[in-house]
Design a binder for this molecule. Structure first.
Ligand code: SF4
Ligand code: SF4
Length: 494
């Protein structure tokens, strides 16, 4: 086989049949589809064990196109996470889940517990959007945007700066305990600890106003429960990103378990082109050889954050991060071979088939679901009112009759101003036969709920029945469009 040409792809794509060696790639005894793309399956000739088999994974740092993209997206995510709580909008923290006041502020919109259906729709829409993207790009979320991956890479970056590259870290692991080893380990754990504490503070800053939180923490005046939660999230971060790392993806994350359900033949996943790569084997540069293009340099395994060998086929451990693509392209460059022995490619593309994506049932299904959810969110937001009104009838008496033939009914109005500004309102009744005894104008502070007792009066001659349905309105004086009502009953002798 020529080493600098891609072998023509044939129609040898098959469904993988598990063997005892490959049974570890089964999920809960349920086979995921694994593409076998070699006409003649080749045994692995490398003598090296995969890091997953040998225990602790020391990831080798890799540069390349996909690693640049990943560093950019992860950096953006981490920066947004730390900085968003400091952004103010209309004089208020732009994003804040205020648990004390039971309000959620999002760039000028205030959601109350009764508005949380909107949040539920948003989460459902986000899930469908994730499925929609997964149909085309596989697990890009895991590789490029997942917080677990982002924080793990931040921790690995710190480890590499302090303990050195992959070889030095492996050597340090094996070395006896000396003062230098102790110093490096202490420095690493101190840096991890500080990062974890900052992460804990940043997370709590979404629930407690950020500026006060940081001042309270720095001046040791934070409340007991705030301190408990900061430490709790700091310890979780330290354990997850420092120690658990890929174990979270392999054993705890439910998404890795069901992501294969969303794949179809057009899904781009990181794939090793076995037809071109096998038979693998080491050789010198420019040395003529009958071997395939894989020089068995093991780089694709050394850079893998989950410690797998992608040459064994698609595995649920793969988070589609592209590190092995960059590593292999670097090797191909060195040997003067064509790039993309490992690449993001779909099953159909490997077979040379190009089916339009819009014919995919999953594309249509998830796309329609996202659109439907966006419409639902739009309608829910459009119907959301800035005023909340609940009318409670006086339970002590149905009605009172005065000596001048007037009938009185009493109510308590629970009115909430759901905005972040002081508002002036007017109360009214839809029927002119009923009069309000109290002053119909009210002023309510931002976010305040007012319990406002009122009495309605009607002449007994004006009541045709012992029960009349009425509507009580509350209207913003400066913006009469902003008005809500609730229907209730007015009782009389009939
Ligand atoms: S196999 Fe490649 S893409 Fe998959 S997790 Fe490992 S390095 Fe990332
Ligand atoms: S990086 Fe490429 S050439 Fe090296 S072992 Fe992996 S697949 Fe083979």
């Amino acid at each position: 086989m020529s080493n600098n040409k891609i072998s023509p792809l044939n129609n040898s794509a098959k469904i993988f049949i598990p063997t005892p060696e490959t049974s570890k790639y089964l999920i809960n005894e349920q086979a995921i589809e694994i593409r076998e793309i070699s006409a003649t399956p080749q045994p692995a000739k490398t003598s090296k064990k995969s890091p997953l088999e040998s225990g602790h994974i020391h990831i080798r740092e890799q540069k390349g196109t996909f690693q640049r993209i990943r560093t950019s997206t992860n950096s953006l995510l981490v920066c947004l996470f730390f900085l968003l709580p400091f952004i103010s909008y209309q004089g208020h923290q732009a994003i804040l889940f205020d648990l004390n006041e039971q309000q959620f502020f999002f760039f000028g919109t205030t959601l109350w517990p009764q508005d949380f259906t909107v949040l539920a729709w948003v989460f459902i829409a986000a899930a469908f959007l994730l499925f929609f993207i997964t149909v085309f790009w596989g697990r890009v979320w895991c590789g490029y945007l997942c917080p677990q991956t982002a924080w793990t890479f931040m921790y690995v970056w710190i480890e590499t700066r302090i303990e050195g590259n992959q070889n030095k870290r492996v050597a340090l692991d094996k070395a006896p305990w000396t003062s230098q080893k102790l110093l490096k380990r202490m420095a690493k754990h101190a840096a991890w600890g500080i990062t974890a504490l900052l992460t804990g503070c940043a997370f709590i800053a979404y629930f407690v106003p950020a500026r006060e939180l940081y001042i309270d923490i720095v001046s040791f005046q934070a409340s007991f429960w705030v301190a408990v939660w900061v430490w709790f999230f700091a310890i979780c971060t330290y354990l997850n990103a420092g120690w658990m790392r890929e174990q979270m993806c392999l054993h705890c994350c439910p998404y890795s378990r069901f992501q294969s359900v969303m794949f179809d033949a057009n899904t781009k996943t990181v794939t090793y082109d076995a037809n071109r790569g096998e038979s693998r084997g080491p050789r010198k540069r420019k040395q003529p050889t009958e071997l395939g293009d894989c020089v068995d340099c093991h780089l694709c395994v050394d850079v893998c954050p989950t410690g797998i060998d992608i040459r064994n086929g698609l595995q649920y451990e793969c988070i589609n991060c592209g590190a092995c693509v960059d590593a292999c392209n670097q090797t191909m460059d060195k040997f003067g071979y064509q790039k993309n022995l490992i690449s993001y490619v779909s099953e159909n593309a490997l077979k040379g088939q190009h089916e339009p994506v819009y014919r995919s049932l999953k594309f249509i299904g998830y796309g329609v679901s996202v659109l439907v959810m966006l419409v639902v969110i739009g309608l829910d937001m459009a119907n959301k009112s800035d005023i909340q009104l609940n009318v409670l009838r006086d339970r002590q008496s149905l009605y009172r009759e005065t000596s001048d033939n007037l009938i009185e009914n009493s109510y308590t109005l629970k009115i909430r101003n759901k905005t972040q500004q002081t508002r002036h309102y007017r109360l009214s009744v839809d029927n002119s036969r009923f009069q309000l005894e109290n002053n119909p104008e009210l002023v309510i502070n931002p976010g305040e709920q007012l319990d406002h007792p009122i009495t309605l009066i009607a002449h007994s001659d004006a009541l045709a029945a012992n029960r009349t349905k009425i509507k009580l309105f509350i209207t913003e004086i400066s913006n009469p469009e902003n008005s809500v009502f609730q229907q209730t009953n007015f009782f009389g002798p009939g």
